[in-house]
Ligand binder design. Structure first.
Ligand SMILES: [Zn+2]
Ligand SMILES: [Zn+2]
Ligand SMILES: [Zn+2]
Length: 394
């Protein structure tokens, strides 16, 4: 779904208006867009992107004449101009999405810890426009929408939940070439995404985030730098155990490995991230670390043991029925075939347990949020743009 309000804010991801400051202005015409990289990085904040005009079949850029299609559930503003499409390929694969087994259930456990830190640090007010940078299936955007925000989500892969498509503005696009006019959002967030980009990608994403944020806007990020605290060795120990149990078939370790398969881990340290932010005209105002002690035990080990045991019981149950040539064989075959594809919808009891465990997981941030380690939550704000250069002083 694309609301009329967001439609008015869509822009060509690669075309820049002629007007900027003395340094980034160019004569009118598409030739000026070819100097994209230097102009968007201008200290003044760069020129605005060219607004799109709605026409039959899509959205047309009056500058480069490209027509971006409007799909039933989302607007497709993907462009190849962002460079290496590597990180899109895996997530663009439909089978990969199905194997991730994303369900429409509200975020729980560590996903909920991240969601609530996002909400708390951004301090979202009802009706505020918020952009999910790398929204995946749209679960987090749906969560923000449920708390009264006007949410929009953008991802390279257009595998969105039907519930998200019905409630939230969804776009396919490149995080390094955001298709929005300047100042379109009061807030933006990016959760579990930066680690998939290379350093240039992070630089581009931060520049773009600053540009689409309104004055006084806020950006929330959850990702990790390549460092660890002493507590992290505990987590590594639990992970080693989980891997061993995975080999023994007691844990489905494959899904987690799959998620991390294309990590590029561009952030060397927190200072490195600070420097990348400063280079994009942003500053980290608040940082909390995520030392996963409770999460390692509860989510990475305990719950996956239970999950795997249940999956096994279901499989053996099915096999037994087949072996006996049960008259209900057909039904079981159906269930068996449907289970790897259809995401499990948790029942009421499971949800209650999930909520209780989520509170337990929040203790990781309460107890250890001040201990420096790799994974972190950050609240980032735009710096005031630099004064336009070479203006004669009055
Ligand atoms: Zn400029
Ligand atoms: Zn152009
Ligand atoms: Zn264009």
């Amino acid at each position: 779904m694309i609301s009329p309000r967001l439609l008015a804010q869509l822009a060509c991801p690669t075309c820049l208006e002629a007007a900027g400051c003395a340094r980034c202005s160019r004569p009118a015409g598409h030739a000026g867009c070819l100097d994209y990289a230097a102009r968007v990085a201008c200290a003044c904040g760069g020129p605005d992107k060219v607004a799109l005009a709605a026409e039959e079949g899509g959205l047309r850029c009056p500058c480069c004449a490209r027509v971006y299609p409007l799909q039933a559930d989302y607007a497709d503003l993907w462009t190849e101009a962002g460079g290496d499409p590597h990180e899109g390929t895996l997530y663009d694969d439909h089978e990969f999405q199905e194997r991730l087994r994303v369900s429409g259930a509200p975020p729980l456990l560590s996903a909920r810890v991240k969601a609530d830190l996002m909400r708390g640090m951004l301090d979202l007010a009802p009706g505020e426009a918020v952009l999910d940078l790398g929204c995946g299936a749209g679960k987090m955007a749906l969560y923000a929408h449920g708390h009264g925000a006007r949410a929009a989500g953008l991802d390279a892969a257009p595998y969105f939940l039907p519930a998200a498509a019905a409630a939230v503005d969804l776009l396919r696009g490149d995080l390094r070439r955001l298709p929005f006019r300047k100042g379109s959002f009061a807030a933006a967030y990016s959760i579990d995404v930066l680690e998939h980009l290379d350093e240039d990608g992070v630089r581009d994403l931060l520049l773009e985030a600053r540009r689409v944020l309104a004055p006084g806007g806020r950006l929330f990020v959850y990702t990790h730098a390549m460092e660890s605290s002493r507590l992290a060795s505990f987590q590594r120990g639990v992970n080693r155990l989980a891997k061993r149990l995975g080999r023994a078939g007691l844990i489905d370790h494959e899904r987690e490995a799959m998620r991390k398969a294309d990590h590029r881990n561009p952030l060397r340290s927190h200072e490195h991230f600070d420097a990348l932010c400063a280079g994009a005209g942003l500053a980290v105002r608040e940082r909390r670390y995520y030392n996963v002690v409770f999460k390692a035990v509860v989510e990475d080990l305990g719950l996956r043991l239970i999950e795997q045991a249940r999956a096994k019981r279901k499989r053996t149950g099915t096999a037994t029925e087949h072996g006996h040539g049960d008259v209900h064989g057909d039904v079981h075959v159906h269930v068996h075939e449907a289970s790897p594809v259809a995401p499990a919808q948790p029942g009421r009891m499971a949800l209650a347990v999930g909520h209780a465990l989520t509170w337990l997981l929040k203790l990781d941030v309460v107890f250890f949020g001040g201990i420096r380690t790799g994974p972190f939550f950050a609240l980032i704000r735009p710096l005031a743009p630099a004064a336009a250069p070479s203006e004669p002083s009055k």
